[in-house]
Design a protein around this ligand. Structure first.
Ligand SMILES: [Zn+2]
Ligand SMILES: [Zn+2]
Length: 425
């Protein structure tokens, strides 16, 4: 019922936001005037329309189970959007936090590939943003949420956004240096990995959101925000892939199989999926791989040379973050080819490269992390809408928020083929 009533208030808010001069009275009455990110009194903000709290899966300690907790309803700040989360993909990067391979502040809410419905805009958000993402619109969020104003964002390299790395990956919050998540009733802060998507509501900077059409379902579209986003960024921004090129993808899990899809969508002539699991290779074929190699049974660079007439592929993508497969990728590309690395490894892990081959054969080794949200996210949505990306067959499991911990331990054990998605409502 609370949701129904919120509709009335939200349309009022939308009216206020777009045409503030028309509704000066409501505008002051509806908001807390505090610049703090916490509600001064829950009442000032909520007016009994949205629920006062929400459920979220909270990670308390490394390698310990996540538990479902009540958090205060988050409040978006300027340039940010409150989203009623519909679905959140289950991704390996969250596991790096659970296992503390990469340091991250805790307690925190994981989950960084979401879809949902726009509920509200932060105070003072500009009208162009509100018009682009009106209340009620269906949206997908990218895991890199660009600030829009830093050195790299200004250059268009939003995948290097300094604020994102400093305040989110470094401090677990957003770009005013605070989190949007607080425990109820204590008010203790809880940090957010990207937007903290394993929760009924989440706050996302508007630069990290794109509208999705009615034809794309919420659950399946969640994977656009990380798995497909990462694959698209690798192929477009790092590999600069051209139609007719040949590609090998080493590691065909969620992100790897997305690379396979994107490579086909970009006109890949030969797209080779490499994995040690026959199930994952079968999945890679469904995603468009023209060939597969089981790395447990065959020598990968040798087999790739056979398939490509002795030359090697134009582009090899490494999606596992392991020294052995890093090397396989470098050894699998043709002279002048591009080895694109997208797999994260625990801090400090290194790999060796044959210097002379790199120099004489002009091998390019390129790191790639995510994509450029404002340029790329709408294009990815468009490709999915046209059916070039088969998001529906990439999602293999749909689970509930209460099962979040269980699903992540299944992912950790390699038991999930394709992508699992947590559905929120
Ligand atoms: Zn991810
Ligand atoms: Zn930035």
């Amino acid at each position: 019922m609370a949701m129904r009533r919120s509709g009335v208030r939200l349309s009022l808010l939308a009216g206020r936001a777009v045409g503030a001069a028309l509704r000066p009275v409501e505008s002051t009455a509806l908001y807390s005037t505090s610049s703090d990110t916490r509600p001064v009194k829950d009442h000032d903000y909520l007016l009994g329309t949205l629920p006062e709290t929400m459920k979220a899966a909270v990670l308390w300690e490394p390698k310990k189970p996540m538990t479902i907790e009540e958090l205060k309803m988050p409040i978006p700040q300027v340039g940010e959007v409150l989203i009623r989360t519909k679905a959140c993909g289950v991704c390996h990067s969250d596991l790096h936090v659970i296992n503390q391979d990469l340091p991250y502040p805790i307690p925190c809410v994981l989950g960084h590939e979401i879809t949902g419905e726009v509920v509200e805009h932060g105070k003072h958000t500009d009208s162009a943003t509100i018009q682009r993402l009106p209340v009620g619109s269906r949206v997908v969020g990218s895991f890199i949420m660009p600030c829009g104003g830093c050195f790299f964002c200004v250059k268009g390299q939003e995948d290097l956004c300094e604020s994102f790395f400093k305040y989110n990956r470094g401090m677990g919050g957003l770009y005013d240096g605070t989190t949007r998540l607080y425990r109820s009733p204590s008010g203790d802060p809880v940090y957010m990995y990207s937007m903290g998507g394993l929760a009924e509501y989440c706050v996302v900077p508007a630069n990290g959101l794109a509208v999705i059409p009615e034809t794309l379902p919420y659950s399946e579209s969640a994977i656009i925000g990380c798995a497909v986003f990462t694959g698209y960024g690798a192929m477009k921004n790092a590999a600069d892939m051209r139609a007719g090129e040949t590609v090998a993808v080493i590691g065909t899990g969620g992100v790897g199989s997305s690379c396979v899809q994107v490579a086909r969508a970009f006109g890949g002539r030969i797209v080779i999926g490499v994995d040690i699991s026959d199930k994952k290779l079968e999945m890679a074929k469904q995603m468009g791989a023209t060939h597969t190699i089981n790395a447990a049974k065959e020598d990968v660079p040798e087999r790739i040379r056979e398939i490509t007439g002795g030359r090697g592929v134009d582009i090899a993508v490494e999606a596992l973050g392991k020294p052995a497969t890093f090397n396989q990728a470098v050894m699998s590309v043709r002279d002048g080819g591009r080895a694109v690395m997208i797999g994260l490894a625990p801090s400090g892990v290194t790999s060796e490269v044959d210097i002379t081959r790199l120099v004489r054969r002009q091998i390019k080794i390129v790191g790639s992390y995510g994509a450029r949200a404002r340029q790329d996210l709408p294009n990815i949505v468009g490709l999915a809408e046209l059916g070039f990306l088969k998001i529906e067959s990439a999602v293999t499991q749909k689970r509930k928020l209460e099962e979040a911990d269980k699903v992540y331990s299944e992912l950790d054990k390699g038991e999930i083929t394709g992508r699992a998605v947590i559905e929120l409502r």
